[in-house]
Design a binder for this molecule. Structure first.
Ligand code: SME
Length: 156
């Protein structure tokens, strides 16, 4: 457990550095995706969806690391991403085969977490992580990723 906490602290500091660094917004989001995917063994696909400013109740895929997905646009309410956006809450699914309202990106995916990003009380985006392992996401992952989304909120 201690190792994971140390890793979370290390990655949180790295992410603060990226957010305050010189890349443009999408470059920063991409660097955060890469950092998380490369350093956390069960994070197999990591991406940021942003709320589309033109069509308010729709999410648009921005930066990601992992296999390309057909789910580039997701209306609020659809799939795990859309449900998290509608509920404005972190959504953890430990076994995606048991989730009826689910948009599959790859048959390899077994569990998923979606964390909303808020700015001035409004949802502006989400961090979405897929895992090829069942029950990958613990309460520690949830707390860690919610903290990261609080930091990333500055960029949006
Ligand atoms: N599985 C998601 C769709 C996005 S992909 O995981 C990249 C969902 O059900 O909303």
């Amino acid at each position: 457990m201690k190792e994971k906490r140390e890793l979370s602290n290390f990655l949180t500091e790295k992410i603060r550095g990226i957010v305050n660094g010189k890349l443009d917004r999408d470059g920063k989001l991409k660097a955060i995706c890469r950092l998380l995917r490369d350093n956390v063994s069960d994070y197999d696909w990591v991406g940021f969806y942003l709320v589309d400013r033109k069509r308010e109740n729709e999410l648009l895929l921005c930066s990601f690391e992992g296999e390309p997905t057909e789910h580039v646009r997701i209306p609020f309410g659809r799939g795990i991403c859309g449900q998290a956006a509608k509920l404005r809450e972190t959504f953890v699914v430990q076994d995606v085969s048991k989730q009826m309202n689910y948009l599959s990106c790859s048959p390899k995916v077994k569990s998923e977490i979606v964390v909303p990003i808020f700015k001035n009380g409004e949802i502006v985006g989400e961090l979405d992580i897929d895992s090829h392992t069942l029950s990958s996401f613990t309460n520690e992952d949830k707390a860690f990723l919610e903290k990261i989304c609080g930091i990333v909120s500055k960029l949006l």
